[in-house]
Design a protein around this ligand. Structure first.
Ligand code: C5P
Length: 318
C-alpha cells in the first residue's frame, strides 16, 4: 500500500502555516466484505467491513475568502445541494468550531464519484474538506484529531481520511489498517442511473431478515483478510461478500442483470458496492478489466463504467 500516513507529516503541516489555496484529492471506497449485524438503539447497525479505496477521485480546492461558499462541477451538478446540509460545508464548520477559527473559505468541488452510489462520495468530500481546510487555515491537526471530527460527520468519513485497505467496525467509523503487502487489484465500476438511499437499503435488509427472506449473513472477514495476504485475485474473488446486496437488489432488481453481465464477460466476481446501486467487478488483470468494461457498456446495463485500481491513499494534498 502507498497510503501510509507518515510520522512527521503533522509537524511539516503546522510549520508551513496557512496557505492561499490548496487542492485535495480523495478516492471513492468499496467494501470487499460488509457484514451487517442487528440494528442498534442509536439507529445504526453494527458492522464488520473491509474498506478498500479505489482510484476514482473527487477533488476539492479551497481558497482564502471572507465567507464560506461552495461551488461544484462534474457528477451530480444541479442535484447536490450546496447549502449547509452539504457534508463539505458541515465538515468545514466542524473543523472551524473545533479549532476556534472563522469558517472562511471558497471551496470548489470537482466530482467524479456518483451521488448516492454506495461509493461514499459524500463522505469522501467531507474527508477532503477536513484535510483542505486544516491546511488552508494552518491548523495542523493530527490524523487522530481529524478522524475524531470525521466520525461525527459520517460512518465512512474516517476511512476516507485513511485510504488503503482497512477493517471498519462499530458503525464503520473505527478503522484499523489491514496489514498486507502492496498489491494492485483491478476493478471495473458500473455506475447505475440514479442512486439508492443508504437508510432505505439498511431498512430493506432488516425487513428481509424479519420475514426470513435474507440469505445467510456473510460473516466476519477472516477469510477475506487471508485472501488479501495471498495476493491472488482468484482467491480474493471467492471471499468478497456484502450483506446489503440482497437488499439493494430487492429495491433495484435490474442490478441482477448488471452483475450477471460482468461475470459472464470474465470478471472473477461481481458485487454491489456498499448500499449500491453501483456494482464492482474484480478482474484478473487490466486486459480482463477492459473486456468486462466493454461488455457492460455494450449491454447498456449501466450509465458509466470506470476502470480503476486499488488500494490508493485517502484524502491527500496534491
Ligand atoms: O453514518 P452515515 O450518515 O453515513 O449513515 C447514513 C445512514 O445509514 C444512517 O442514518 C443509518 O440509517 C444507516 N447506517 C446504518 N448502519 C451503519 C451505517 C449507516 O444503519 N453502520
Amino acid at each position: 500500500m502507498t497510503e501510509a500516513w507518515r510520522p512527521g507529516d503533522d509537524d511539516e503541516r503546522s510549520r508551513r502555516g496557512a496557505r492561499a489555496s490548496v487542492k485535495v484529492r480523495v478516492p471513492a471506497k468499496i467494501n470487499l466484505r460488509l457484514a451487517v449485524g442487528p440494528l442498534r438503539p442509536d439507529g445504526y447497525h453494527e458492522i464488520n467491513t473491509v474498506y478498500h479505496a479505489i482510484a476514482l477521485y473527487d477533488e476539492l480546492t479551497a481558497r482564502r475568502a471572507d465567507t464560506l461558499i461552495l461551488t461544484m462541477d462534474g457528477e451530480g451538478t444541479g442535484e447536490l445541494a450546496l447549502d449547509d446540509s452539504n457534508l463539505v460545508l458541515r465538515a468545514a464548520r466542524a473543523l472551524a468550531a473545533h479549532a476556534r477559527v472563522p469558517a472562511h473559505a471558497r471551496l470548489h468541488l470537482r466530482k467524479q464519484i456518483p451521488l448516492a452510489g454506495g461509493l461514499a462520495g459524500g463522505s469522501a468530500d467531507a474527508a477532503a474538506a477536513l484535510v483542505a481546510c486544516d491546511e488552508l487555515w494552518g491548523i495542523g491537526l493530527s490524523r487522530d484529531e481529524l478522524a475524531g471530527l470525521a466520525a461525527g460527520l459520517g460512518s465512512d468519513v474516517p476511512f476516507l481520511l485513511h485510504g488503503g485497505t482497512a477493517l471498519g467496525t462499530g458503525r464503520g467509523e473505527a478503522v484499523s489498517p489491514v496489514l498486507a503487502r502492496p498489491t494492485t487489484w483491478h476493478w471495473v465500476v458500473a455506475v447505475a442511473d440514479g442512486g439508492l438511499s443508504t437508510p432505505q437499503v439498511y431498512a430493506e435488509l432488516d425487513r428481509l431478515r424479519a420475514v426470513g427472506a435474507a440469505p445467510a449473513p456473510v460473516g466476519p472477514a477472516d477469510d477475506l483478510l487471508a485472501a488479501l495476504r495471498q495476493r491472488d485475485p482468484h482467491v480474493l474473488a471467492g471471499a468478497l461478500g456484502n450483506d446489503l446486496q440482497p437488499a439493494a437488489v430487492s429495491l433495484r432488481p435490474a442490478l441482477t442483470r448488471v452483475l450477471e453481465t460482468g461475470v459472464a464477460a470474465g470478471a472473477l466476481a461481481g458485487l454491489v458496492s456498499g448500499s449500491g446501486p453501483t456494482c464492482v467487478f474484480l478482474a484478473a488483470d487490466g486486459a480482463d478489466a477492459q473486456t468486462v468494461a466493454d461488455a457492460l457498456t455494450d449491454a447498456g446495463v449501466c450509465r458509466t463504467v470506470h476502470l480503476v485500481h486499488g488500494a490508493v491513499a485517502g484524502a491527500r494534498l496534491v
